[in-house]
Design a protein. Structure first.
Lengths: 517, 211
């Protein structure tokens, strides 16, 4: 029978098909754990006298609460410290692998899985975090779960799940210069709405998606949840295989060959049917920014703040008016005229090495706008190391930005990185909810390129607003492995990856990659 | 999870509709790391009011909550169910529940019975007239009895069966353990394992400092 990518992965994990109204039981390949949603799950195991069934399919990291400064000192916030200490104690007690603050493999959970090569095509991946959809970029079925479900997976390595619907989102054509995958996903959410994906697994396809790097694909799948979807997926291809090859947990030898053979079957059959379809033309896209308090309230940067009185639907009109009041915006103001106080570059959406490189290319040799605070938070410690090996940290610091340690940071403000009341940010993160980045904080979601241009000009801007030397190609990225720096081995089986050289100085290996200047 | 066939306990009339999970347990209590000990957080915003029903002696030991329509709406926080259970509630009766809350309740062994609005009104009157009246909830018969009045309630068969068997989702899944083990034996060797740990060489991470 013809099937979609999502259906194929689902079927391959069926432990038991549900009968008489009971749900299907699905096997979970990879369970990612962090400090915020796991403590009660571990306590549940303890109270029931249960063990973690498969510690070897489980991995934990500290990310949501971790500070991005002074990480070698005790964490000042008692609640944060307690949650992190609890995770450490639970990991020890139940034998779960944990990458703690200060460890080179610590980072945002959705960066740690891919960079270790644990995230692969055809897997089921879960985590007590809604942005687990990120891993769908590899052709995995990946979704966020609640605390009871975290406990369920720890105890049984399975989940009872109700079936889903499928939606194809096709992006045709080629992205214009200065636009990124972030603009694609913001445009999609604006088009289908924050509830448009409810009950669906989205599959992103089409020429524009195929042309994206793995990192850019992760950005798109990451924000599937902001459209209300259960998951987002992209069929694996050579780009996927190339990203995975040689990573610490990637299959080797015969396993690699067997994996590739299977992964190549992971595509939606030509005659398979989706429950819904959406089509976008990449050529129509521009840099997108949000103006409101949900990720669906976005517009091209060339537009103006909407005028609620012009909105026909009463519910939408009220929502828009309420959002504008919170955001402190005057209807009709050109989006380009909105000044920001803070630029945040980071998160599981846009805190990866390519994001940092693209920002560095734009800001190199410039200074940030005087009053703007610029925070650069790599998504993982490895990404930070890689950026430092490439000299990106120097570019950020010379620009006037703060170069921080890895974590979720200002994306959700559970650590000290928060907006003050009334403060306005251009943020490469994923949610612009009221108070998300700090009580009273006002968030505009943007791509890394828009964040960079905004940091230079002080108002929401795109790279088209800058007088960039045109030999700088900011839309292409280096495809070499992210990580691979360091010296002393730790752990049982360390795998060597070639150490990538800094972009711009490599005679080979980064063909077509323009030098940083 | 404990098996529940019948439960008898003091009925608490909560004459409010649209009790969302933020009212059941405010967000400030979500930072805790335990699953128990939320009893003080239940209805925290209302508990300061002496006239609030749980602050009245006769109702303070209540275990059957009789609430207005649309109980448990809003945030999906499971803490709402934990708080109700920690306080001592075993059953909530309402004419309408939010889906997620009802699902979470089923996972945690809290009975949610749907009673018609008219019957809720009858129960309220009995409980208000004679504070401290016990309500007997019979899952087998799907009825709730207070004084000499018995009213029917609805609960889906799958959840009811799980509650009566004392099966939490995990217990239920573990009945399929043979199937899980059999599935694991067919798992392809290329599929990843987190242990033994493989990673790049470790490097000391320099702590960023305030500028």
């Amino acid at each position: 029978m013809a099937g979609t990518l999502a259906e194929k992965v689902w079927e391959a994990h069926l432990v038991r098909r549900g009968e008489g109204g009971s749900p299907d039981l699905l096997y979970i390949d990879l369970h990612l754990v962090h400090e915020v949603t796991s403590p009660q799950a571990f306590e549940g195991l303890r109270l029931a006298g249960r063990q973690v069934r498969r510690p070897d399919l489980t991995i934990a990291t500290e990310d949501h609460n971790t500070p991005t400064l002074d990480i070698d000192r005790p964490i000042a916030d008692v609640t944060s410290r307690t949650q992190i200490e609890t995770l450490r104690a639970n990991a020890r007690e139940f034998g779960v692998r944990l990458h703690s603050l200060g460890d080179a493999d610590q980072g945002i959970v959705h960066q740690v899985g891919p960079q270790l090569g644990l995230t692969m095509p055809g897997l089921t991946v879960v985590c007590g975090d809604s942005h687990t959809s990120t891993h769908g970029a590899f052709g995995a079925l990946a979704f966020g779960i609640g605390t009871s479900e975290v406990e369920h997976v720890l105890a049984t390595q399975t989940l009872p799940l109700a079936p889903f619907k499928t939606m194809a989102i096709t992006v045709n054509g080629t992205l214009p210069a200065g636009t990124t995958s972030k603009d694609i996903i913001l445009a999609i959410i604006a088009k289908i709405g924050t509830g448009g994906g409810q009950g669906y697994v989205l599959e992103y396809r089409g020429e524009a998606i195929r042309a994206l790097s793995m990192e850019a694909r992760m950005t798109i799948c990451n924000m599937s949840i902001e459209a209300g979807a259960r998951a987002g997926m992209i069929a694996p291809d050579e780009t996927t295989f190339e990203y995975l090859k040689g990573r610490p947990h990637a299959p080797e030898g015969e396993d690699w060959d067997a994996a590739i053979e299977y992964w190549k079957t992971l595509r939606t059959d030509d005659d398979a049917e989706f429950d819904a379809e959406v089509v976008l033309e990449a050529a129509d896209l521009e840099p997108f920014v949000t103006w409101g308090t949900n990720p669906g309230q976005g517009l091209p940067l060339s537009a103006s703040v909407p005028v609620p009185a012009d909105i026909a639907d009463e519910g939408d009109r009220e929502t828009a008016a309420k959002a504008l009041e919170y955001m402190g915006l005057v209807p009709g103001t050109p989006l380009r005229d909105i000044p920001v106080d803070t630029v945040f570059i980071g998160s599981c959406t846009n805190g990866r090495i390519e994001d940092l490189r693209s920002v560095a290319k734009v800001i190199k040799g410039r200074k940030k706008a005087g009053s703007v605070r610029v925070l650069v938070v790599p998504s993982s410690a490895r990404v930070r190391l890689q950026a430092e090996a490439e000299g990106l940290d120097v570019i950020f610091k010379e620009f006037g930005a703060e170069w921080r340690n890895a974590g979720c940071s200002m994306c959700l403000g559970m650590n000290p990185d928060q907006l003050a009341p009334g403060e306005r940010s251009a943020s490469t993160s994923n949610r612009n909810f009221e108070g998300r980045q700090g009580k009273g904080g006002r968030t505009h979601l943007v791509s890394p390129l828009v964040a960079a241009a905004t940091a230079i000009r002080g108002t929401l801007s795109s790279v088209a607003d800058l007088d960039l030397p045109h030999e700088i190609d900011i839309t292409t990225f280096d495809g070499t492995p992210l990580d691979g720096v360091g010296a002393s081995p730790l752990g049982e089986s360390v795998v060597d990856l070639p150490i990538p050289v800094a972009i711009g100085s490599a005679p080979g290996g980064s063909a077509g990659q323009p030098a940083l200047r | 999870m404990e098996k529940i066939h019948t439960h008898t306990g003091v009925g608490v009339p909560l004459r409010r509709s649209n009790v969302d999970t933020d009212q059941i347990i405010p967000a400030v209590y979500l930072k805790r790391v335990t699953r128990t000990g939320f009893e003080d957080a239940l209805f925290a915003a209302w508990r300061g009011d002496p006239s609030f029903v749980l602050n009245q002696e006769a109702y303070s030991t209540g275990s059957v909550l009789v609430a207005g329509p649309d109980f448990g709406t809003g945030s999906s926080r499971e803490h709402a169910v934990w708080a109700l259970k920690d306080y001592g509630f075993r059953v909530v009766l309402s004419s309408r529940f939010a889906d997620i809350f009802r699902g979470n309740s089923g996972k945690q062994g809290l009975v949610t019975g749907i009673v018609s609005p008219e019957d809720i009104e009858i129960l309220w009157k009995i409980l208000e007239t004679k504070p401290g009246t016990e309500v007997t909830v019979d899952l087998e018969a799907k009825t709730a009895t207070a004084d000499d009045v018995t009213v029917p309630f609805q609960i889906d068969d799958y959840t009811r069966w799980r509650l009566m068997e004392g099966l939490d989702d995990i217990g239920l899944t573990l009945q399929q353990e043979e199937k899980i083990t059999a599935f694991e034996e067919t798992r392809a060797s290329w599929r990843p394992k987190t242990l033994p740990a493989r990673h790049l060489p470790s490097v000391e991470i320099e702590a960023a400092r305030p500028v």
